[in-house]
Design a protein around this ligand. Structure first.
Ligand code: ATP
Ligand code: MG
Length: 578
C-alpha cells in the first residue's frame, strides 16, 4: 500500500470528547470516526486490526471444537418474553417496532436466539456437548457510552454458547474456553488476568472475567487480588476476611437509650462526638432498587458494594436515594428526620437487609429517625430486627485478608475484555429447551456462555501498548507490519532501494506500506509512530554507504543495517506470528 493512497487522515489534535488514550489515539491516527454517541465508523486501518483480532479468535475457537454460525441482529420480543428478560433487561435493551407494530429488539447478546435454535436441533444426548459461536455487532443502549471503542453502544463481540448434559460436562467446556481465551489474548499480545465476577444480567452462578490490568482511567473495574495465591476477583464479587475490631460497645454504653447527638450528620462527626470508634456504629443507607426503597445496614467503617446489594434483593438497577427520596420515606413512615439520623426502627414498606458485619455488633449506636438524636447501647432486638436477613454487601478494601490464604489483598484496575459464565438451566428451563437423555427422559440443557469484545480488545491493546507519540501495535494485530520510508522521494537512489525493499516484502507475504509522499521526514516519522507500524525502515542519506535505518516501534531501538538484512528481519518476524 502506498501511503499517498492509504485511506487515512491523521489529525493534529485529539478529539475534545476523548478521555482515554485508546480513544484519543485511534481517532487522531485515523482509525475511527464517531457517527453518533457510542457508535463509530471503523475505517480501513481499524477494520484491518479488527479482522486480525477476529481471525485469532476464530482460529482458537475452531481449534477448541466450537462451530461458527451467524444469528440475526434484530430479535423478536417473543423469545425474550419466554426467557423473562423482556421485562428484566432494562434500558440497555434497544426496543423497536416494525410496520406491523410487532415488537423487536437489537441484540445485546444472543442467549434467547441460540436456545431457540438448540431446542429445534439438539434433540438427543448424542448430539451433546456442543458449542456454537458467532462474531457480530451488538447494540446496548449504555447509560454512559464513553472511552471510544471501550464502551460503545454498537460494538463487535464474539459470543459462544455451550450445551451439555451435566454440570461436569459444562465444567469441562468452561475449562476448555478458559484455555482458548488464554491463547487468544496471548496471541493478541495482551496479558490478562482471569478474575471471579458477578454474573449480572446474563445470569448463572460461576463466572470469570478476563481483565487487562492497567493503572489508567480506562480500567473501569477494581480488581482485588492476592500475590501469595491465585485469588483474584472483581470488586462486585470480591470477599475478604477482616482484622479484629471492637464491635461490642458495652464498655461505653451500659444501657440502651436515646441521647442527643446534635449536628452529627456524618459517621465521622458522630464518632468524634461520642468519642468511640466507628466500628460501634450501625450505618443505615437508603438505596433505590428498581424504583423501590431498600435500607442497607452495615458496620459504619465499611462501604456497601452496590452490585452485591442489588443481587441480594434481586434487582436490575440500583442507585443511592436522593435527600428528597429519604424525606419522602420518612414522611410515609410518620417521621421527619434528615439524612444522617435514619435507622431501621419503625420503618415499614421498605426492604431491610444487613451486611454480615452487623451479625457480631453489640451495644452499638444507630439512627432512630429523629434529627439530632441516636440510640446508643442498642442491640438488634431493640430495633425489632431479630429476623433480619444477612448478606455479604461489603466492598472489600485493600489490605483486608485473602479469603483463600489469609494474606493481605491488593487492588488494581482492569479492562474486561472477555467473560465466561456457567449458566446452568437459566435459559433452557424457562424456554423449555430440552433434549432426550439416554434414559429416555426430556431434560433441559446445562448451558454456558462465553463473550469476547472484539472492538474492546483492539482498543485495550492500544491502552496496553503506546507511548506519547502513538500506538505500538503488537505485530499479530497491527494493521500493517512495516512502513518503508524514503527520506526524500526526489532522491533516485533512495526511491529505488525503498521500492525494491517494499516489493520484496510484499512478495514474501509481509503487509507493507511505502511512504511515497513528498513530505518532510519529520512528518513521515510522526505519522508512522502515531499509526503504530511495528517496524519502520528508513532509507536516507546513509544509503550511499549501503545502509538503511531499522526502527522497532515497541522498543524504539534504531539499528543501521543493509537493506536485505532489514527485509529478512521483518519477513522472519511475520513468519513467526502465532
Ligand atoms: P461490562 O461490565 O464492561 O459492561 P458486560 O459484563 O456487560 O461488560 P458481557 O455481557 O459479558 O459484558 O459481554 C462480553 C464482552 O463484550 C465483554 O467482556 C466486553 O469485552 C464486551 N463488551 C460489553 N459491553 C461492551 C460495550 N459497551 N462496548 C464494547 N465492548 C463491550
Ligand atoms: Mg455491560
Amino acid at each position: 500500500m502506498k501511503m499517498s493512497k492509504l485511506f487515512v487522515q491523521t489529525l493534529r489534535e485529539f478529539p475534545s470528547d476523548a478521555e482515554v488514550v485508546s480513544h484519543k489515539m485511534l481517532a487522531r491516527a485515523g482509525y475511527i470516526r464517531k457517527l453518533t454517541s457510542g457508535v463509530y465508523n471503523f475505517l480501513p486501518l481499524m477494520w484491518r486490526v479488527l479482522k486480525k483480532v477476529e481471525n485469532i479468535v476464530r482460529d482458537e475457537m475452531d481449534k477448541a471444537g466450537a462451530q461458527e454460525l451467524l444469528m440475526p441482529f434484530v430479535q423478536p420480543k417473543e423469545l425474550w418474553v419466554e426467557s423473562g428478560r423482556w421485562e428484566a433487561y432494562g434500558k440497555e435493551l434497544m426496543r423497536l417496532k416494525d410496520r406491523h407494530n410487532r415488537e423487536m429488539c437489537l441484540g445485546p447478546t444472543h442467549e434467547e436466539i441460540i436456545t431457540s435454535i438448540a431446542r429445534d436441533v439438539l434433540k438427543s444426548y448424542k448430539q451433546l456437548p456442543t458449542n456454537l459461536y458467532q462474531i457480530q455487532s451488538k447494540f446496548r443502549d449504555e447509560v454512559r457510552p464513553r472511552f471510544g471503542l471501550l464502551r460503545g453502544r454498537e460494538f463487535i463481540m464474539k459470543d459462544a454458547y455451550s450445551f451439555a448434559t451435566s454440570q461436569e460436562e459444562l465444567e469441562a467446556e468452561y475449562q476448555n474456553m478458559w484455555q482458548a481465551y488464554t491463547n487468544i489474548f496471548n496471541r493478541c499480545g495482551l496479558e490478562t488476568k482471569a478474575v471471579q465476577s458477578d454474573s449480572g444480567a446474563i445470569g448463572g452462578s460461576v463466572s470469570h472475567e478476563f481483565m487487562i490490568i492497567t493503572d489508567t482511567d480506562a480500567g473501569e473495574n477494581d480488581v482485588f487480588y492476592c500475590e501469595d495465591c491465585d485469588y483474584a476477583a472483581n470488586s462486585n464479587h470480591a470477599v475478604s476476611n477482616l482484622p479484629e475490631a471492637l464491635v461490642d460497645g458495652g464498655k461505653y454504653f451500659n444501657e440502651c437509650k436515646i441521647i442527643d447527638t446534635p449536628n452529627t450528620h456524618s459517621i465521622d462527626e458522630l464518632s468524634a462526638f461520642l468519642n468511640i470508634p466507628s466500628t460501634l456504629i450501625l450505618k443505615s443507607l437508603v438505596y433505590i432498587v428498581d424504583k423501590n426503597p431498600v435500607l442497607a445496614l452495615i458496620r459504619a467503617d465499611k462501604t456497601v458494594e452496590e452490585t452485591k446489594l442489588m443481587n441480594a434483593v434481586g434487582g436490575m438497577d440500583i442507585r443511592i436515594a436522593t435527600s428528597a427520596e429519604i424525606e419522602e420515606l420518612m414522611q410515609n413512615n410518620g417521621f421527619n428526620a434528615v439524612p444522617g439520623f435514619i435507622g431501621p426502627k419503625g420503618l415499614k414498606a421498605v426492604t431491610v437487609v444487613a451486611d454480615n458485619t452487623v451479625k457480631d455488633m453489640k451495644n452499638f449506636v444507630v439512627g432512630i429517625n429523629e434529627t439530632d438524636k441516636h440510640m446508643v447501647g442498642a442491640n438488634l432486638t431493640d430495633l425489632g430486627l431479630d429476623e433480619i436477613k444477612y448478606f455479604d454487601l461489603r466492598l472489600v478494601e485493600e489490605g483486608e485478608f485473602c479469603p483463600e490464604c489469609g494474606k493481605p489483598l491488593k487492588v488494581t484496575r482492569g479492562i474486561e475484555v472477555g467473560n465466561i459464565f456457567q449458566l446452568g438451566t437459566k435459559y433452557s428451563k424457562p424456554m423449555n429447551a430440552v433434549y432426550l437423555d439416554a434414559d429416555g427422559k426430556a431434560k433441559p440443557y446445562i448451558m454456558g456462555c462465553y463473550g469476547i469484545g472484539i472492538s474492546r480488545t483492539a482498543a485495550a491493546a492500544v491502552e496496553a501498548h503506546h507511548d506519547d507519540w502513538g500506538i505500538k501495535w503488537p505485530l499479530s494485530i497491527a494493521p500493517y507490519h512495516v512502513i518503508v520510508v524514503p527520506v526524500s522521494t526526489k532522491d533516485e537512489q533512495q526511491m529505488s532501494v525503498a521500492t525494491k525493499m517494499y516489493e520484496e516484502l510484499l512478495a514474501s507475504g509481509v503487509e507493507a506500506v511505502i511512504d511515497d509522499r513528498d513530505e518532510r521526514p519529520g512528518v513521515k516519522f510522526k505519522d508512522a509512530d502515531l499509526i503504530g507500524f511495528p517496524y519502520r525502515i528508513t532509507v536516507g542519506k546513509t544509503i550511499t554507504e549501503g545502509n538503511v535505518e531499522f526502527v522497532t516501534r515497541a522498543t524504539g531501538e534504531k539499528v543501521a543495517m543493509k537493506p536485505e538484512e532489514a527485509v529478512k528481519i521483518v519477513v522472519d518476524a511475520v513468519k513467526n506470528i502465532k
